[in-house]
Write a protein that binds this ligand. Structure first.
Ligand SMILES: Nc1ncnc2c1ncn2[C@@H]1O[C@H](COP(=O)(O)OP(=O)(O)OP(=O)(O)O)[C@@H](O)[C@H]1O
Ligand SMILES: O=C(O)C1=C[C@@H](O)[C@@H](O)[C@H](O)C1
Ligand SMILES: [Mg+2]
Length: 160
C-alpha cells in the first residue's frame, strides 16, 4: 500500500507506450463506492472475491501495465492468474511506508496503528509477493522516475 504502484505503473506504461489500468480503480468504478466502504459493509473475504473477478477481467481485456491492489496476492486463485505473467514487486521499508501512507483512513488495513499493522501485513505477505514476482524493485530513496528506470532495467525492457 502506497509503494507507488499507481505512480510508477503510469510512468512505466508511458515509457513502454502501452496502456495503464488499476484493479482498485476498476472495483470502485464497478461498485460505485470506495474500497474502504466495501471492506466495512461486506468484509475482507467478499472484497477479495470481488478483487479476484476484477483481476481476471483486467488480465483478459487489457494489454499493458496493470496495477493490482496490495492484498490481491493473498488469494491463491488470484496468484494463479499471475503465473506466466511479468510481475514487478515494488518494495519499501516500514519508515518509507509510513511516510507515503500516513494515518489514512482510506487504507482500511492501516487505519489504526500503521507502523505495527504494516509490519504484520508484510510478515504475512512478503513470501507471497516474492512468489509471484518476476523481479523485485526497491523503491526506498528513489524517485518514481528512478524506480521506473530500475524496473525497466530489471526486466531488460526497451522503451517504445
Ligand atoms: N518513489 C517514490 N518516492 C516518494 N514518494 C512516492 C514514490 N512513489 C510514490 N510516492 C508517493 O507515495 C504516495 C503513494 O503512491 P501511489 O498512490 O502511487 O501508491 P500505490 O501503491 O498506488 O498506493 P495504493 O495502495 O493506495 O494503491 C503518493 O503520494 C505518491 O506521490
Ligand atoms: O493491501 C491491501 O490489502 C489493500 C490494498 C489496496 O490496494 C486496496 O486494494 C485495499 O485497501 C486493500
Ligand atoms: Mg494505487
Amino acid at each position: 500500500m502506497g509503494v507507488g504502484k499507481s505512480t510508477v505503473g503510469q510512468l512505466l506504461a508511458e515509457r513502454l507506450g502501452v496502456g495503464y489500468r488499476d484493479t482498485d480503480e476498476d472495483i470502485v468504478a464497478a461498485e460505485g463506492r470506495a474500497i474502504a466502504d466495501i471492506f466495512v459493509a461486506e468484509g475482507e473475504a467478499e472484497f477479495r472475491a470481488v478483487e479476484k473477478r476484477s483481476v481476471r477481467a483486467a488480465l483478459a481485456e487489457h494489454e499493458g501495465v496493470l496495477a493490482l491492489g496490495g492484498g490481491a496476492i493473498l488469494d491463491a486463485e488470484t496468484r494463479g492468474l499471475l503465473v506466466g505473467r511479468t510481475v514487478v514487486y515494488l518494495s519499501m521499508d516500514v519508515e518509507e511506508a509510513v511516510k507515503r501512507t500516513g494515518l489514512n483512513a482510506a487504507r482500511p488495513l492501516l487505519a489504526i496503528n500503521p507502523r505495527k499493522q504494516w509490519r504484520e501485513l508484510m510478515e504475512a505477505r512478503r513470501h507471497l509477493y516474492e512468489e509471484v514476482a518476476t523481479v523485485v524493485v526497491a523503491t526506498d530513496g528513489r524517485t518514481p522516475e528512478e524506480v521506473t528506470q530500475a524496473a525497466l532495467d530489471a526486466l531488460e525492457l526497451k522503451e517504445a
